[in-house]
Design a protein around this ligand. Structure first.
Ligand code: FE2
Ligand code: FE2
Length: 497
């Protein structure tokens, strides 16, 4: 996810206090983790915990380095991704990934337990990339490798710096390289099998370094080191896959794997749409293609846009027959209702959809788009019908959706694509000129009614969305050549064609 698709919160005292607490708390956790590593090493007989923890100068030295690394992380986010920093839970997530990384690298690569080349360095890079973005993943991973070196130096878990400075540098380079390779080869990989295949490439630095140090050991340990180096990449991926659901649920993050799961036609609500509201399902499929193309065109999260499109109208499941696309020819239950009652049924589909999505554990950012996709637009058909029934003034507000207006670019894309798809479907002549005029009208109407006033979308982005929607819709509803009327019964096919 390169761009945020969440509504930005304002900086508040609460944000600042929570952020400070997060950084202080995690610096403390890292120091405690270090003490834990020392005691484990002592039990393994490779270090003396009292050697470090008994000397206040060493503890202060270690704590200072941890604080400096935490400040560097803060400064990076402050200058590079302030929106991400604004929510303290985001920093907490990064710290937790690094802390787990320390535990796993320590468990799999320290002392005499396993070969040190087994360390699953790339776990941190892969996790941060899938839960945040690639740039942050590379930075956090480099910081993590430095942190790991600090742990190694002070806990002497792998070696002592005075005796093995070359090995410390080698491990630092090995860790950084494997993480960076992971962020490049696994970028946009949405299949777990492919991740495991790519993990072999991620192991390459570990394998190379195990070969470099091969001359220094006996044959058995050399084979062990080589195999450990080879397994480090798959191990990183395995830990990532196991821990991902935990991060997704605790920090309310949605990875591409979750999106793939949600977009599967076998998922519960999609299956219900297919059987109970097939018209709405088809509309959602066309909409998902337009939304995905529009999101890609303006650099937004295409997978999120596609998923939002799939789920934007699930609220129609409550009364599918009241929506045009699900009505059989000649039947319209609105014929027996007042325009006010019809409006209430129609406009409740946004709120019903939101509640249904939240009840089914669908991420809130998708449910929010469902709630916002009609903004506060009026339902003109029933407003017009109501005017025909009376000579007095009709309050248009009674015929408007309850909102809120789109709060994000993704919600704006869904609003535009939804309006365009439904409107173009009604055109008898779907020539490019007509589609173009209709798309411009849909966007202009919404702009005139201030529907984009609460989201950070620019006129340039709206223009790109318009062009993309026109291209997409003319592609979907292109005119076909008429089939020639030839009777196949008159063709002799006895000798084959
Ligand atoms: Fe809708
Ligand atoms: Fe819709």
């Amino acid at each position: 996810m390169e761009k945020t698709s969440q509504k930005l919160e304002k900086w508040s005292t609460k944000n600042v206090v929570l952020n400070v607490l997060t950084y202080v708390l995690n610096a403390g956790i890292l120091v405690l983790l270090f003490a834990g590593c020392l005691y484990v090493n002592q039990l393994a007989g490779v270090a003396d915990a009292g050697d470090v923890l008994g000397k206040p100068a060493k503890v202060i030295e270690f704590s200072s380095l941890v604080i400096v690394l935490s400040v560097i992380l803060f400064l990076y986010l402050f200058f590079e991704d302030r929106d991400f920093l604004r929510r303290a839970t985001n920093s907490e997530m990064l710290f937790m990934i690094m802390e787990l990384g320390v535990v796993f690298c320590f468990s799999f690569g320290a002392g005499e337990r396993f070969s040190i080349f087994l360390k699953p360095f790339s776990f941190v890079a892969i996790s941060v990339m899938f839960l945040s973005n690639r740039k942050t993943a590379i930075f956090v991973h480099m910081l993590f490798c430095v942190l790991l070196s600090v742990f190694d130096v002070f806990a002497a878990s792998s070696f002592s710096i005075t005796e093995n400075a070359d090995m410390l540098i080698a491990f630092l380079i090995m860790g950084i390289t494997s993480g960076i390779i992971a962020t490049f080869v696994m970028f946009n990989v949405y299949s777990r099998i492919k991740l495991f295949l790519m993990s072999v490439i991620v192991s390459v630095p570990n394998v190379i370094f195990s070969l470099v140090f091969i001359a220094e050991g006996d044959l058995i340990s050399n084979i062990q080191n080589l195999s450990a180096g080879f397994l480090s990449g798959p191990l990183s991926v395995a830990i990532f896959i196991i821990t991902l659901p935990f991060f997704e649920s605790i920090f309310k993050r949605v990875s591409c794997f979750k999106f793939s799961e949600l977009n599967d036609h076998k998922s519960k609500l999609i299956k219900r749409l297919i059987t109970e509201a097939p018209g709405t399902f088809n509309h959602s499929i066309i909409l998902s293609n337009i939304a995905e193309a529009c999101a890609t065109a303006i650099g937004e999260d295409a997978l999120l846009a596609k998923t939002c499109a799939y789920y934007h109208d699930v609220g129609k499941l409550r009364h599918p027959e009241f929506f045009k696309e699900n009505q059989a020819e000649g039947t319209n239950p609105h014929d027996d209702l007042t325009p006010e009652l019809s409006t209430n049924i129609i406009k409740s589909h946004t709120k019903d959809g939101y509640n249904l999505l939240i009840r089914n554990g669908i991420p809130k950012e998708i449910a929010d788009v469902c709630l916002q996709h009609h903004g506060t637009m009026p339902i003109l058909y029933f407003y017009d019908k109501a005017k025909k029934f009376t000579d007095s003034e009709v309050d248009i507000k009674k015929f408007c959706y309850d909102g809120p207006k789109p709060q994000t670019r993704i919600a704006a894309i869904i609003m535009i694509a939804d309006g365009c798809e439904a409107a173009v479907r009604t055109l008898k002549d779907r020539s490019r000129e007509n589609v173009k005029a209709m798309v411009h009208k849909i966007v202009n109407d919404r702009m005139q009614l201030g529907q984009f006033s609460e989201c950070e979308i620019t006129l340039k982005e709206l223009d790109i969305i318009i062009q993309t929607a026109i291209n997409n819709l003319t592609g979907v509803y292109h005119s076909r050549i008429e089939y020639p009327k030839i009777n196949l019964e008159n063709i002799d096919a006895s000798e084959g064609l």
